[in-house]
Design a protein around this ligand. Sequence first.
Ligand SMILES: C[S@@+](CC[C@H](N)C(=O)[O-])C[C@H]1O[C@@H](n2cnc3c(N)ncnc32)[C@H](O)[C@@H]1O
Length: 303
Amino acid sequence: MVDSEALWRKALYGPSGFFTRGAVPADHFRTAPLVGPELAEALLVLLDRVDFGLGRPARLDFVDVGAGGGELSATVRSMASGSLAARLAVTAVDVGPSRSVPGVRWTSSLPSSVCGLLVGHEWLDAVPCPLVTGPLSDPWLDRWWPVGAGEQAEVGAPRDAVWADAVSRVRGAALAIDYGHVLADREAGRYASGTFAAYRDGRRVEPVFDGSCDLTAHVALDACAAAAGGDWVLVSQRDALAALGMVGTVDAGVGLEWLTAAERASRIAELRAEGGLGSFGWLLHGMDVPVSSLLPPLPPWRP
Ligand SMILES: C[S@@+](CC[C@H](N)C(=O)[O-])C[C@H]1O[C@@H](n2cnc3c(N)ncnc32)[C@H](O)[C@@H]1O
């Protein structure tokens, strides 16, 4: 039997793998950190709430797992201000080539402990997992993605494991932001063809396991949530950004001031677009900090 997880892993992270060779999203697709500074700005609002919940410790971490080109880390570092800026330690974690980002520590493995906010932005979708065709019985599939005859699915257990491990290292909060699905829609057969896909140079292409393209699949974020456990919420990026003050209205101003506000509003609209980045899931775990102190009650995510 073909070990699809091993093939996928080698294609992305083997010696000549796609990410090992240094591919970054900026070369192949658009992710939220590339839209503009607004995602980082919202995460700094969240970080401030985490900081408050932790009693404003002498050192506060922001850890960006699966940092790619380091854009999110760089923007968080440069936008941090006041007392937080002086106490903030920004770490970018990626298994790809190390990059030089001013004020950011770059590493290939997760820190043993994190006091602050850990973010995995489009990290989990890049974690390889087995690709299967039903009918098949497997503990993870039986619980999270029942597959009928001829249906395809991805076994999310490896994502659950890495996410649970990352969250277990954190005091403060851990946040996974990704595209994905929930049990009700998987059970209803909405993903009966699976979600495994490949991208190269900004285009969706036929998946090949030769390191020439990004290989990805949607994330069963509800399964990741249950694996990591504790106090968590799973909400849409659209709602989470609004709750962190990102609504993108152009209230006033003329000339350049108006133009700047309008540009910002259009970037926020892109981050909050239904069916686009706004339909990404935000899985937020509060660790020694109640999640209710980080975000107000919001509707559950249903992409
Ligand atoms: C789709 S890219 C996202 C990059 C960036 N966060 C963004 O949104 O623009 C996924 C990244 O996760 C990294 N990655 C995958 N598994 C990892 C792991 N176990 N530890 C650290 N980085 C990992 C890959 O090398 C790749 O750079």
